[in-house]
Design a protein around this ligand. Structure first.
Ligand SMILES: [Fe+2]
Ligand SMILES: [Fe+2]
Length: 180
């Protein structure tokens, strides 16, 4: 197994969640009330899994190691564009969370915001994933030795392992603050 194999498996799960979100948003466009329990789960997925866990491993392990290599100008350009796209994805996610808060507060702009930013996310993500899967991940593996690739897999596992503790510690702390 290559480190990018693990990232590609994560891409498939992200696509499945985007598909669910697409159905939910298209239903709400036709007047159906948004299922907020699903929507909260989708936001948690996009934040904890797609951004923190998946983009985290890409940026903090794969891109970090690639940055130390002598890579072609075009590969460097794609890497920089991917980082910029991660920042853009975070921006959409923040807007989506803000729209959700407005919706829960009963503001009219909340629902339109949810639809707008969810659609932006649904349009943005597949193109980003395609760029990585089809034009970047496979060629850049050539820059790494077998040992370096194995080390990267180990680091991916450690990264994931630390996240579960970070996530639940965060949940306890945020509830401690709310219950004060
Ligand atoms: Fe990415
Ligand atoms: Fe990715």
């Amino acid at each position: 197994m290559l480190p990018i194999g693990l990232l590609m498996i994560e891409h498939r799960l992200i696509e499945r969640m985007l598909k669910l979100l697409e159905v939910e948003i298209s239903d709400s466009r036709s007047g159906k009330a948004i299922d907020m329990i699903f929507f909260e789960a989708a936001i948690d997925f996009l934040s904890s899994y797609a951004d923190r866990c998946h983009h985290g491993k890409e940026e903090d392990v794969l891109f970090r190691d690639l940055d130390k290599k002598e890579i072609s100008g075009s590969h460097r350009e794609i890497m920089q564009s991917l980082v910029t796209e991660h920042i853009y994805g975070r921006k959409i996610l923040n807007s989506l969370v803000e729209a959700k808060e407005r919706y829960l507060d009963g503001e009219n702009s909340g629902l339109m915001g949810i639809i707008k930013f969810a659609e932006e996310m649904i349009n943005f993500y597949p193109k980003h994933i395609e760029k990585e899967d089809r034009h970047f991940f496979i060629p850049i593996m050539e820059y790494f030795t077998k040992e370096e690739k194995n080390k990267m897999i180990d680091e991916f596992f450690k990264f994931d392992q630390a996240l579960i503790h970070e996530k639940y510690k965060g949940i306890v702390e945020s509830w401690e603050n709310r219950k004060k």
